[in-house]
Ligand binder design. Structure first.
Ligand code: DP6
Length: 360
């Protein structure tokens, strides 16, 4: 599918007002997206588990403007209060999607949004936030053009979400989503996320992700800056190739259900992501001492018990602990007695693999 197929051409919008409401989850990458080309095109394919509990809920209210001018007219209300910093991010998003959703300028928009996870928990809200907003924009489009098919709706919503934040295009569906063209993943595309189309072993059903909140502060380096530091990075090409190879390896693992190999792959991906940060110029470190304490504790516990506990990291200090349903009781016991002490104010979130966005 080419980009021109996402361009909206009708220019009369005969609906005066309306609203739409979506909830969309966050996701956690198993093979990471780190490095992009122009227009939010990833350097390598990535794959993620969709989460269930960590979500953004967004209501978009639209009202036809009396006089249409060449700007966007909108208000952003985050958790009950108007929010200027989100406003500028959303303005950038609207400008990027203008050609695909030109009707936005014909309306005054009110965006009311909130997260189910605590604000400033260090959890990326851009994936859930941008995907929820992209879905609201697509619901508006469907009002003007009711013939939009379900598959086009979800594909274009993912396409738009990608233009807001790359990882957001992997949040619409579940339970595994691939973004980025990959020779061994059927239907995969650089332009939008697709539901993982191959066989997945029972071991990965209902997989758990307990997120240990090690540092809830604002990150010193944003993902966008981090991605840009992959330009001219001495190890970039090798890293992009490794990610492509890891997707192929993961395909075999997902089919066989080999949890030891799964853990080795996701932990290597997490540490490689942070190694890229440490070897950028300028270099930076997002892990905190407690991130390393937790990793060492996990490794010691795994050695002692042979249980299938593994971790991954996103671009921050928090640790996502991944484990299968049939070992959840013992592993959760270990987390709550041994690891919570390393979390800021003892805070953590129990999440699990989920199935994507929902219209409310
Ligand atoms: C480390 O999607 O937040 O979480 O496209 O600039 O918004 P932008 O970046 P973003 O990057 C996510 C990076 C990551 C890995 C991943 O989710 O694949």
């Amino acid at each position: 599918m080419t980009i021109s197929q996402f361009i909206y051409t009708k220019d009369t919008y005969n609906i005066k007002e309306g609203f739409t409401n979506w909830s969309s989850p966050s996701n956690i990458a198993l093979v990471k997206y780190w490095g992009k080309k122009e227009n939010q095109i990833p350097e390598n394919a990535s794959i993620s588990f969709t989460l269930d509990a960590c979500k953004t809920i967004t209501k978009l209210t639209y009202k036809k403007r009396e006089v249409i001018s060449d700007d966007f007219s909108f208000d952003v209300i985050f958790e009950g209060k108007s929010n200027e910093s989100f406003k500028s991010k959303i303005e950038t998003f609207f400008k990027r999607i203008e050609v695909y959703s030109p009707f936005l300028k014909a309306y005054h928009l009110t965006i009311e949004t909130s997260n189910t996870f605590p604000h400033s928990s260090g959890i990326a809200s851009s994936a859930s936030g941008m995907s929820a907003l992209a879905l609201c924009v697509m619901s508006m489009e469907k009002q003007f053009n009711p013939n939009v098919s379900e598959s086009f709706f979800i594909q274009k919503a993912s396409f738009l979400a990608r233009l807001g934040s790359g990882s957001a295009c992997r949040s619409l569906e579940g339970d595994l989503v691939v973004w980025g063209n990959h020779k061994n993943i059927e239907g995969s595309s650089d332009l939008f996320g697709v539901k993982y189309p191959h066989e997945v072993h029972q071991n990965f059903k209902n997989y758990h992700d307990t997120i240990l909140l090690v540092d809830k502060g604002e990150k010193q380096v944003s993902s966008t800056v981090g991605h840009n530091l992959m330009y001219n990075h001495p190890f970039a090409q090798q890293r992009f190739k490794q990610a492509e190879d890891n997707i192929t390896r993961l395909k075999t693992i997902l089919k066989s259900g080999d949890l030891k190999q799964f853990i080795a792959l996701i932990e290597s991906e997490a540490l490689t992501l942070h190694a890229m940060m440490m070897t950028s110029m300028p270099y930076f470190i997002l892990m905190k001492p407690n991130t390393l304490e937790i990793i060492n504790k996990i490794w010691a516990f795994r050695k002692e018990t042979n249980l299938n506990i593994g971790f991954t990291l996103d671009a921050g200090a928090n640790v996502h602990i991944l484990y299968p349903e049939n070992e959840a009781k013992q592993i959760y016991e270990f987390i709550s007695t041994e690891l919570v002490a390393y979390c800021q104010n003892g805070h953590y979130i129990c999440d699990r693999i989920g199935f994507g966005a929902k219209q409310l």
